[in-house]
Ligand binder design. Sequence first.
Ligand code: GRF
Length: 212
Amino acid sequence: MDVVVLVSGRGSNLRAICSAIDAGTCHANIVGVVSDRKKAAALEFAEGRGIPTRVVSLRKGDDRNAWNDSLTAEVASLEPDLVVLAGFMRVLGAPLLERFPGRIINVHPALLPSFPGHSGPQDALDGGVRVSGCTVHIVDTGVDTGPILAQAAVPVLADDTVDTLHSRIQVQEHRLLPRVIHQIAIGAITLDPLTMSTPVADPTLSLSVPDI
Ligand code: GRF
């Protein structure tokens, strides 16, 4: 299964996917990494591995429709079977969603439907929850609203800061995201746009709170 990964930043999830591919536990092939930020560390990592990279920047005042069209053209030119948002910090427009219906997934650092948006770990702390985690879901037109494929939980500790909580969540993201990609690759998860409201997910994928 050919995958394009969309990134904006550090790229620890991209590294985790690559490690799982190298270990033979994720049967996917990354055919390209696309970023909205030229300076994303994830790009440097991808280039180091010989993965084709593309940058489609969006600056203040830029035409958002034109950006959506360019992003769609760049991703489509790589001909992926699956598009993975791994720390891509932009909301996708209709062109990409329509070009890959039900074939775009995202990893989010909270247990959706709680705490969608840009500050999941901070919002979980502010909400006083005792358990948080990460979610892998299909991307739809909303912000972190698409059908949930898998989740992993982590405890929220009394002395947590946003950084300590996010780091604990990321350990689980790095396990869960490659597993979901693998399950899609082998057909254990079906991404059928016609059944987007009821995706067939492997219940064993979701992880309970690990011992820490
Ligand atoms: C992750 O926590 C992901 O859930 C969120 O952005 C972060 C990206 O981290 N969408 P990285 O760039 O993969 O290290």
